[in-house]
Design a protein around this ligand. Structure first.
Ligand code: BV8
Length: 240
């Protein structure tokens, strides 16, 4: 792959990049959505209907992210190294709500679906770090309201975060890399087409197996992220 050394690179990641760290994906066998229904735990209506159920779901997932046994893997580390050594701009747009990219050293990072380790107050909008269970009895540290603190997560039917910034970056990207995502959830699954329509960027899929959008990519590598991502980053940096 020939790429101008000053080209900007946009990388979309999904649950597959965190799988080898020990976090479940969503749609693989035994994945998150095989245990609970999206309609019961990941929509605004679910939260209104049964906030305790939704808090329980995210408290469990937050505890998994805070577990001492959870660490970034070689794929997260390779993306941080690319950001550090690539001459052009590197942006990671993650659908993941864990903090493994940050812990691996990625700094230019957008959590388009929110973050498990943050909470948001529906009364005053305050966004705070959150490393403990939330419940309907949680009190907002900013406005002191009770029962208004929700997970800072983008549920189905809600607008993902920083979409303008993401679209600006996609329009300028010389290379778009999609890693560890099944290409089922929009608008993230449509980013490859934004780059193709802009006509300036090459597109590559790095995944365990072809995603729903596999045919939209110029190039692809298939295998475990901890193998194919470091190998691909090495190729880019050797040619930089
Ligand atoms: C919105 C919450 C509009 C946090 C999530 C068309 C256009 C626009 C919207 C829609 C549309 N059609 C339908 C919609 C609505 C909906 C949608 O896309 N539904 C789908 C199900 C059809 N989209 C939305 O609602 C979005 N909002 O459009 O708003 C709007 C407009 C104006 C004003 C207001 C609103 C919001 C979407 C965000 C929803 N929240 N999560 C949480 O609980 O985690 S999405 C959920 O799926 C996850 O968060 C995850 O981020 C996301 C994507 O999943 P993946 O990461 O891809 O994981 P998956 O398991 O599917 O795949 C894993 C992949 O990894 C596999 O391919 C596997 O092969 C691979 N893999 C496994 N192991 C490895 C590996 N790869 C490498 N190595 C390995 N070892």
């Amino acid at each position: 792959m020939k790429l101008d050394r000053n080209a900007s690179i946009v990388i979309l990641t999904g649950a597959g990049i965190s799988k080898e760290s020990g976090l479940d994906t969503f749609r693989d066998e035994g994945g998150v959505w095989s245990k609970v229904r999206i309609e019961d735990v990941a929509t605004p209506d679910a939260y209104i209907a049964n906030p305790d159920r939704v808090h329980e779901f995210y408290n469990m997932r937050r505890a998994a992210v805070l577990d001492d046994s959870l660490h970034p893997n070689a794929a997260h580390a390779a993306l941080a190294e690319l950001e550090q050594h690539w001459p052009g701009n590197v942006l990671v747009v993650t659908q993941n709500v864990d903090d493994l990219h940050e812990r691996a050293g990625s700094e230019n990072l957008i959590h388009m679906h929110g973050e498990l380790l943050k909470s948001r107050c529906t009364a005053c909008g305050d966004i705070s770090d959150c490393r403990q269970d939330l419940s309907v009895n949680s009190v907002c540290d900013a406005c002191h309201a009770t029962g208004t603190v929700r997970p800072h997560i983008v549920w189905f039917g809600e607008m993902p975060m920083q979409m303008d910034d993401i679209h600006d970056a996609l329009a300028d990207a010389g290379l778009f890399i999609s890693i560890g995502t099944s290409g089922n959830v929009y608008p993230a699954a449509g980013f490859v087409d934004v780059v193709r329509v802009a006509g300036t960027g090459q597109t590559v899929e790095l995944n365990l197996e072809p995603s729903s959008g596999a045919t939209h990519f110029d190039d692809s590598r298939y295998g475990p992220a901890t193998e194919i991502v470091p190998a691909f980053v090495r190729t880019l940096l050797e040619n930089a």
